[in-house]
Design a protein. Structure first.
Length: 402
């Protein structure tokens, strides 16, 4: 989409409305999907007769289903289907929540999460970022950063609301209310919000647009480097997201202190995104990736250095929180920098397929490491993954400049 066309759309339909609308949809989508078991797991476990580990396995199923669908959906998004895909995602979310509210055993529970995986692949993250990348033109990076601010506070908004609904009405009624919200509010809202069809970039468009990103002959190699970098960095952040309190305890924090430090993670992540937003487009997303992966490696190196009295949990948390926030931005922005908006949907969809598998397996791997190999093994694995990511970021930065 040309800058002139983007400016014309922005004049009739301010980009702020698009970002605000998509951001609200992302908060509701994450809150009624991935973050749901955090609040409802205990009640679901007691009612259906499943262990809490099995209840949380629903999100693993969701991510694996999403991984299978992401490449195909990415190609469809590049053809301008964001409106239909995201609206359909809301409908599937409503169906999944109804099935979840009606579930009575393991099979019906997991089937609900299979449908939730279909919904998440159509509605969450990738689809919204592709729509923004296609509509925002030269302002795509700033717009995507703002959208990530919404996703960064999704859990902080969703968890208190879910807790209130669960306490007042029970977990099944909560699922049905969320289903109604998705079907009667979110679905028509997305249909209205994305009513201006996003046209695919035609071959006849100016060569300046066709040449954005890396030259075609370098893209295959760049993708081979980018996939492991994105998977390894995401593996760390998603794996530790459910184990961060236990890790802080292993590092010497008392239970209350560990919970307090863990609560800083969201604030630090959003702060890193605000810093990037303030800096604007004055630096490459790959430079953000280099800085983030350096800090990521450094945070775990701090824990592996012999300290008198043990490594300070606060220092680790500060460095790790900023690193994970910056790295989540890099995972969204770097594909746009390397491959351009013309094929951003297909590229990000392919990356999402690999990333979602890594995200799904990460909590299980970290749980096994903490239980069987010890904290040191988990820390060395994290340090190694961060260091490999750093090397990949440096190589990609040189490729982009060359």
């Amino acid at each position: 989409m040309s800058l002139a066309r983007t400016t014309n759309i922005a004049a009739r339909f301010p980009l702020a409305w698009l970002i605000g609308g998509l951001g609200a949809g992302q908060i509701i989508g994450w809150g009624s999907g991935f973050y749901l078991p955090t609040i409802l797991s205990r009640d679901i476990s007691a009612d259906i007769g499943l262990s809490e580990e099995v209840v949380f396995a629903g999100t693993t199923v969701m991510l694996l289903v999403s991984a299978m669908l992401s490449p195909w959906l990415g190609r469809s998004l590049d053809r301008g289907a964001a409106r239909l895909i995201m609206t359909s995602g809301c409908v599937f979310a409503a169906l999944a929540l109804c099935l979840l509210g009606l579930s009575f055993d393991l099979k019906t529970y997991l089937f609900a999460w299979i449908v939730m995986g279909v919904s998440s692949s159509m509605l969450l993250a990738n689809s919204a970022f592709v729509a923004v990348a296609q509509l925002a033109g030269a302002g795509a990076r700033r717009a995507m950063t703002v959208l990530m601010l919404f996703t960064g506070v999704a859990s902080s908004i969703a968890w208190p609301v879910l807790s209130l609904l669960d306490t007042s009405y029970g977990w099944r009624a909560t699922c049905f209310m969320l289903a109604a919200l998705q079907f009667f509010i979110c679905a028509p809202f997305h249909w209205w919000l994305l009513r201006r069809r996003i046209e695919p970039v035609a071959a006849s468009m100016p060569s300046r647009l066709l040449q954005e990103g890396l030259p075609p002959e370098r893209r295959r190699m760049a993708m081979r480097i980018l996939v492991p970098c994105m998977c390894l960095s995401g593996f760390i952040s998603w794996g530790l997201s459910v184990h961060i309190v236990d890790l802080l305890r292993h590092l010497g924090a008392e239970s209350a202190e560990a919970i307090w430090l863990a609560s800083l993670l969201g604030i630090l992540q959003v702060s890193a995104r605000l810093i990037d937003l303030a800096m604007g487009a004055r630096h490459s997303p790959l430079l953000t990736g280099i800085v983030a992966s350096t800090l990521l490696s450094l945070s775990f190196a701090i824990t592996l250095i012999p300290w008198s009295g043990g490594p300070p949990p606060l220092i680790f948390m500060m460095v790790y929180g900023v690193a994970s926030g910056s790295m989540s931005l890099a995972r969204v922005m770097i594909p746009l920098s390397l491959f351009g908006s013309r094929s951003y949907g297909r590229t990000s969809g392919l990356l999402a397929a690999f990333q979602n598998v890594a995200y799904a397996l990460a909590p299980l791997v970290y749980a096994a490491l903490f239980a069987r190999a010890g904290t040191a093994a988990a820390l060395w694995l994290s340090f190694g993954a961060g260091f490999v990511t750093l090397i990949g970021m440096i190589v990609l930065f040189k490729m982009r400049r060359g």
